[in-house]
Design a protein around this ligand. Structure first.
Ligand code: NAI
Length: 389
């Protein structure tokens, strides 16, 4: 199969590696020759590291590299069966590129976008044959993250969806099919992990380190919310939150936090700037906490963990309620896209649906904010004594 990738940055080069590893002939295109060169040298380094670790041998490295051709004209992608775009997150630029591409490729070529925040319907609308357009959303780093969200637009044909799902499965990835709504699955359902942690901090309930420790020790999350925001970058994480918030017509559940906005404005971006919620050394290791950790308090930790967890569960339940994806896909998305220790719906079953409803109602009764409204699905399931799985 011939695969075209447009944009050889972080995502495009990772996706090219995935496709080439599974045997596809890949053409990787970028307008910027430096970016193309960088993609080529970075892949060489990555493959050498895999050889050192004994995961692949020299022959395999040559095979993978031999499957990728670096090209500097869009026209070169004319013989591809699938082209995935991973350029700047700008609708007008994407539309222009898609329209030009459609003039080169055959009628049955699938044209996909790796966009994180634009609607697939708006991208598809730029094409003469919008039914061939679909969202294929990888996670960073693409070769390591197991999940790929596949997002059909309202214009997408069933054939395009089925074929795309099969291709991504052939690339040995886990597919979660999501509705074309803001944040798809992961970037929607994960919002409370950051948002509720920030809110708990802003209320003065606990400092960054205490909140992180509660989620890690009691929840088994690999990183606490503040460590993770520092890792992603406060500028990027804030922008995603703000985009999701406005795309949901300012639903208070997704409201961004001033704390993070100020950190981003101050340039306290996290690991990449050496300072965020924590301070980092040159190797990206935390050296000190910006906040002094209070003495360990079991009851407080439990309260923090319960509050963040139930907000996450509520978000996952509401995504199911609104048919954004199936229960299996929602749980897979969170365990395989952001490495959550458990699927949130399975976690809800484990905690008990009555526990979830009670905890949400406690929060609502305390704050009287729409942010804390319990999903109608949880309430209905509780009445009917049902579980998710
Ligand atoms: P990046 O900035 O690393 O790479 C973008 C590349 O596109 C650059 O090399 C640039 O030269 C090239 N480019 C720009 N305009 C072009 C054009 N008209 N034609 C051809 N090439 C062009 O960006 P990144 O992070 O790889 O993101 C790309 C897309 O993937 C965006 O839509 C983003 O929302 C999405 N995405 C990003 C993730 C991330 O964690 N970075 C995760 C999932 C999706």
């Amino acid at each position: 199969m011939n695969v075209g990738i447009i944009g050889s940055g972080t995502m495009g080069s990772g996706i090219a590696q995935v496709a080439a590893t599974s045997g596809c002939k890949v053409k990787l295109y970028d307008t910027n020759n430096t970016a193309l060169y960088k993609a080529q040298t970075t892949l060489d380094k990555i493959l050498n590291r895999l050889i050192e670790k004994g995961r692949i041998d020299e022959t395999e490295k040559n095979r993978i590299q031999g499957n990728i051709e670096y090209v500097d004209s869009l026209k070169s992608l004319s013989d591809t069966n699938l082209t995935i775009e991973a350029i700047v997150e700008n609708l007008e630029i994407k539309k222009k590129v898609f329209l030009e591409l459609e003039g080169y490729v055959s009628d049955d070529c699938i044209i996909a976008s790796n966009t994180s925040s634009l609607s697939i319907a708006s991208i598809a609308a730029s094409l003469k044959k919008p039914e061939r357009c679909i969202g294929i959303h990888f996670f960073n780093p693409a070769p390591l993250m197991q999940l790929v969200e596949v997002i059909p637009a309202i214009q997408t044909s069933k054939a395009t969806l089925d074929k795309s799902v099969q291709i991504i499965k052939d690339w040995k990835k886990t597919v979660a099919v999501a509705k074309d709504t803001p944040g798809f699955i992961v970037n929607r359902v994960a919002r409370p992990f950051y948002g509720e942690a920030l809110r708990i901090y802003e209320e003065g309930i606990a400092d960054f380190a205490t909140i992180d420790r509660s989620l890690k020790e009691l929840g088994g999350f690999r990183m606490g919310p503040f460590e993770l925001m520092d890792f992603i970058g406060n500028d990027i994480n804030y922008t995603v939150t703000e985009t999701v918030f406005s795309a949901f017509y300012f639903d208070p559940r997704y409201k961004p936090a001033f704390t993070q906005k100020r950190f981003a404005e101050a340039g306290y971006l996290g690991r990449k700037s050496g300072r965020g919620y924590y301070d980092y050394d040159d190797n990206g290791k935390i050296v000190t906490s910006s906040a002094v950790e209070r003495s360990h308090n079991e009851e407080l930790s439990q309260k923090i963990f319960n509050r963040v967890l139930v907000m996450l569960i509520n978000e996952a339940a509401d995504a199911l309620f609104l048919n954004i994806a199936s229960a299996e896909d929602i749980d897979n998305a969170m365990t395989k896209g952001v490495n959550y220790p458990k699927g949130l719906l399975a976690w809800a079953d484990e905690k008990g649906i009555d526990w979830c409803v009670t905890k949400m109602d406690e929060l609502y009764n305390e704050y009287h904010e729409d942010r804390y409204r319990c999903s109608p699905l949880l309430r209905k399931m509780n009445k009917e004594n049902k579980t998710f799985f």
